[in-house]
Design a protein around this ligand. Sequence first.
Ligand SMILES: [Fe+2]
Ligand SMILES: [Fe+2]
Length: 314
Amino acid sequence: MPPTEAALQASFDATIAHHDRIEPRDWMPEGYRKTLIRQIAQHAHSEIIGMQPEGNWISRAPSLRRKAILLAKVQDEAGHGLYLYSACETLGVSRAELVELLLAGKQKYSSIFNYPTLSYADVGTIGWLVDGAAICNQVPLCRTSYGPYGRAMIRICKEESFHQRQGYELLMTMMRGTDEQRAMVQESVDRFWWPSLMMFGPPDDASPNSEQSMAWGVKRNSNDELRQKFVDMTVPQAEALGVTLPDPDLRWNAERGHHDFGEPDWAELTAVIRGNGPCNAQRMAHRRAAHENGAWVREAATAFAARTAQEAQR
Ligand SMILES: [Fe+2]
Ligand SMILES: [Fe+2]
């Protein structure tokens, strides 16, 4: 006799309670599967769309060394996207379907990639702040309850910390340069600081799905906890760099043992998520064109795989 739904649910709950991992072959509640598909897909799409703002500067890198570094970094992001699409496929959805959902606007990607990159300093700032925020979000996901997602995150986090140091090193080099270069860094940090804080999502009291995700062990920390961690980590780095973070309310609070900081513009985050950020239309148009231009590659690869399988049968 097959186990009852109640027995399956009890075994799932026990696995979560023991902080053990759920694997693709295991029974899981439909809500858990759907939440994971949504989250992993959004994460995969972010890696792929996230190639665009920096890819914009590959052909205009200031030296061969900087070009090689940036090329490698953007390629890493493509790799992250592929690990994550593969992790998502273990939940019974195909990569082709996920890409369709992105192109139809039915799945999202991180709001941060809807901001433009206006100078080469942005390559450094993205490495330092955007990859830095991504690390704060992603390190706890290495312990997420779904096995394939957690294992993908372990590999990704190693590369993300390299990306962050790469960005910081670029900014440090510019800060040791001319007044003009220092001004470029400050201007870039001024533009990216608040959008980086928004990467952690809305405040906890306005984040309706968070509680269930925490109960399932999909999420390990709340949005506000992670945002605080990021601010505390970044302030001393900004001081070492010699840049000013554009927040007049930012100061150490000895009583809390954390930095206090100002409120991000949540109306702006909502607008960007709804598709009205500075670059949403451009990012999606570019992704759509790349998808259409790559159709012949997918067709050729499918035909080749079919022929190879046929020959193997003979
Ligand atoms: Fe990445
Ligand atoms: Fe990265």
